[in-house]
Design a protein around this ligand. Structure first.
Ligand SMILES: Nc1ncnc2c1ncn2[C@@H]1O[C@H](COP(=O)(O)OP(=O)(O)OP(=O)(O)O)[C@@H](O)[C@H]1O
Ligand SMILES: [Mg+2]
Length: 265
């Protein structure tokens, strides 16, 4: 059997400021190169903390209380700061609020070029050319001109595409997406999801896509984990989880989705 790219086994995170209450409990999943995993669950179920543990960026007071993480077969969970930094370079990040992820005072092309430069060691002219190419790749028209724009001169959807371009400039093996389309209208949401899917297939980048919205996750992901109160209560192939949910929370989630889609008529 081929080794997964990322393997998480019984990850436990606790909150030291709340009597070491477990916020993430025995979470396990694995991700193969180029695959797509959705993590879905209600607010506060531990989705974001799980992603943050992967990049060694937990909030103050939340600590790793147990579990193992393997990346490319390397056991990284008890690694020191340097190894965590090295590990985080394997991940590209796309989070909910694109405006918050961009520097408002720097032209977007330069923001992308800066990451390309840090990743590859290329000089500025080559990095700027790479940035323009990345802007083209994420589907923004007239990339030479757009590269000179500041974030406030772009729409929310265009800003999220720029965030994606910055994530790709790191040449990641895994793209971590935490509610990346929540702040966008439905049509733009669909375009961004299709773009992420195309990039995943073309570049063989694995995607972990977090959302509270099952329909969004099911458009993109082959496999789903359903989280509830810090635990994965159900996991499997997307169509199996949606059509044959077993856990009461997964049943409630899929039932609510069917109601929204009007399948109850
Ligand atoms: N900085 C923090 N310090 C302490 N506890 C936290 C912190 N951030 C989150 N938590 C707690 O950890 C639990 C999981 O939070 P998390 O942010 O992972 O939820 P989530 O599933 O991403 O929710 P949402 O869908 O609202 O983004 C919650 O009980 C939350 O209150
Ligand atoms: Mg969250």
């Amino acid at each position: 059997m081929t080794r997964p790219l990322l393997d998480i086994h019984r990850l436990r995170l606790c909150d030291q400021k709340a009597d070491n209450a477990l916020r993430v409990r025995d979470v396990s999943f694995s991700v193969a190169a180029g695959s797509s995993l959705g993590i879905v669950g209600e607010s506060g179920s531990g989705k974001s903390l799980t992603l943050r543990a992967l990049i060694g960026c937990l909030p103050r007071g939340v600590i790793l209380a147990g579990g193992d993480i393997w990346l490319n077969g390397e056991h990284v969970v008890q690694a020191g700061c340097e190894a965590i930094k090295k590990r985080s370079s394997h991940f590209g990040l796309v989070f909910q609020n694109p405006a918050g992820a961009l520097d408002p005072l720097m032209r977007v092309g330069k923001q992308i070029a800066g990451i390309h430069r840090a990743t590859t060691g290329d000089g500025w002219p080559k990095s700027m050319a790479a940035a323009v190419e990345l802007i083209r790749q994420v589907g923004i028209d007239d990339p030479e001109r757009r590269a000179r724009a500041y974030p406030h001169q772009l729409s929310g959807g265009q800003c999220q595409r720029i965030v994606l371009a910055i994530a790709l400039a790191k040449k990641p093996q895994i793209l971590l997406c935490d509610e990346p389309t929540t702040a966008l209208d439905t049509a733009t949401q669909t375009q961004i999801i299709e773009l992420i899917n195309t990039i995943r297939q073309q570049q063989n980048i694995a995607v972990i896509f977090v959302s509270h919205d099952l329909s969004v996750v099911s458009q993109l992901c082959e496999h789903i984990c359903v989280m509830c109160e810090g635990e994965i209560v159900e996991s499997g192939r997307t169509e199996t989880v949606i059509n044959h949910p077993r856990h009461p929370y997964a049943k409630a989630l899929t039932g609510a989705q069917l109601l929204l889609q009007g399948d109850w008529v």
